[in-house]
Design a protein around this ligand. Structure first.
Ligand code: LM2
Ligand code: CA
Length: 465
């Protein structure tokens, strides 16, 4: 008799970078809901400067919901369709600043603007003019006042201590909430006083999910912990620690939350392997790293620390290159529903990575759904192999070496055979055959024979005869 799917709803999000609203709506229905994602982080939805680079999205001109990713109606329709599919929308809120262009211009929706002058929204006095550096740009991250009141790469820095600024930003966020979004990523939160962010947040309806982006810098005065009182924060330490841990055979691996220095408490942490900034910068592992990237994502999804955010963008060799677009600049909607053979060995520039459809990722979301509420037991290391159990529910094992190896992991899972969810899992819930690999538990020990650079995971929903 096949086991009834006995799963929790996992709280796994995915960032769909620079994907148009109509395409996200399709993804919600065709790939995200079926694979168990709970929410999507979108790129900023408001009017921005007109430029081909992706980062045009991070230079707001107004809070009209018109952008190269779609119209207001398309945004509203996306929220509705995703919601109907059981997937929530988190919007990227750029509220620390406006544009960074020195010359006047006209935004995507036709709104004229000048640096420090945005009709009907903000004028010169609504911005910080910090006077702490030669050009008012942030130059020293060890100086709190500079970080929060000077300009991030020339971007006109809103004075969020002003009530009218807070109200204007609040009205924008309320507008998005009226369309049904579940919450916000607070872009560049570190560059705003946490008290200012909190003042804006407390005016929003209770239950609004807040995800502050506070890039942790060791020794800097502004720390992520300051932003946990009113929501979650992206914990950059998690990804930074992972590759060294993989490389060292997890010898320094922290086994309990208390052992994790430079990590916010688990229930406040959003963890990720990379995002749109780090894949262009500090990330050790990105879509370019194929097997190791899969292993890193698998470990994150099996782990008990934080809420995982999977990242799905597009391939690039030029860090500024925008997503493929039409002549008018509208980003091309692309579906990942029929993508196969993923991850690909090579992506052409502009090709979507479609991480949400990688069988290994879908399999690990299934693992998480079965195992997430159960304790993560102590890790086992054997040469280049490593693994751990989620008590009684599932076991993950990885081999980060270039030679095949085998690892044995004690488990309280019942003896028997189980399909590996990383290579495809069960045929279906009514057919317990395996699509690909299977592993056995015998006398309370799970044995994994692993090819070079592979992950494998079994859970009690994949038992077969
Ligand atoms: C973020 N989080 O705190 C975003 O995640 C990140 O992607 C944004 O930078 C940044 N903060 C501001 O929202 C990106 C991009 C920058 C780009 C800015 C503004 O990484 O390269 O800066 O958006 O569009 C660009 C130019 C820069 C120029 C600036 C202003 O690269 O040279 O500065 O525009 O014109 C003179
Ligand atoms: Ca600021």
């Amino acid at each position: 008799v096949p086991l009834e799917p006995d799963r929790a709803a996992p709280d796994v999000g995915i960032q769909l970078f620079q994907l148009p609203w109509t395409a996200i709506a399709d993804e919600c229905e065709q790939t995200l809901a079926p694979n168990g994602f709970a929410w999507v982080l979108t790129s900023p939805p408001n009017e921005h400067i007109v430029r081909d680079e992706w980062w045009a999205s991070y230079q707001p001109v107004s809070y009209e919901l018109e952008s190269r990713l779609g119209t207001r109606d398309e945004f509203a329709d996306m929220v509705q369709r995703c919601d109907d599919a059981g997937v929530q929308i988190i919007a990227d809120a750029v509220i620390n600043h406006m544009t960074g262009q020195d010359d006047p211009g006209v935004g995507w929706a036709g709104t004229p603007y000048e640096h420090y002058d945005y009709p009907d929204l903000y004028g010169y006095d609504d911005f910080h003019h910090c006077g702490l550096t030669a050009n008012d740009d942030i130059s020293n991250y060890d100086d709190r006042a500079q970080v929060q009141t000077c300009e991030l790469v020339n971007l006109a820095d809103l004075d969020t201590s002003r009530q009218n600024v807070r109200d204007t930003v609040g009205a924008y966020l309320d507008d998005l909430l009226s369309l049904g979004v579940a919450g916000f990523r607070i872009d560049a939160a570190k560059h705003m006083d946490a008290a200012d962010v909190e003042a804006i947040i407390v005016a929003l309806p209770e239950g609004t999910r807040i995800m502050s982006e506070v890039i942790r810098g060791g020794g800097e005065p502004v720390q992520p912990e300051e932003y946990t009182a009113f929501g979650e924060v992206f914990e950059f330490t998690y990804a930074r620690d992972l590759l060294p841990a993989l490389a060292s055979g997890f010898v320094n691996e922290p086994e309990t939350e208390g052992d994790r220095p430079l990590h916010v408490p688990a229930d406040k942490a959003l963890v990720f392997i990379d995002n749109h900034d780090t894949e262009r910068g500090e990330a050790d592992l990105t879509y370019r790293d194929g097997d190791l990237y899969v292993i890193a994502n698998a470990l994150m999804l099996a782990d008990d620390y934080g809420t995982p955010v999977v990242y799905s963008g597009y391939a690039f060799s030029d860090r500024d290159a925008g997503a493929p677009a039409d002549d008018a600049g509208r980003v091309t909607p692309v579906s990942c529903a029929i993508a196969t053979d993923l991850p690909a060995d090579d992506y052409e520039d502009g090709a979507r990575t479609c991480v949400q459809t990688w069988p290994a990722i879908a399999g690990m979301l299934e693992f998480r759904a079965f195992a997430m509420d159960f304790p993560r037991l102590e890790g086992v290391s054997e040469g280049d192999a490593y693994g751990f159990e989620r008590a009684g529910r599932g076991v993950i094992a990885v081999n980060v070496g270039d030679e095949a190896t085998s690892i044995q992991i004690p488990t309280t899972m019942q003896d028997g055979k189980y399909c590996d969810v990383v290579s495809g899992g069960r045929e279906s819930w009514t057919n317990d055959g395996c699509r690909d690999d299977e592993f056995s538990v015998e006398n309370g020990v799970a044995t994994f024979a692993l090819a070079p650079f592979t992950a494998a995971a079994i859970h009690l929903g994949t038992a077969h005869r």
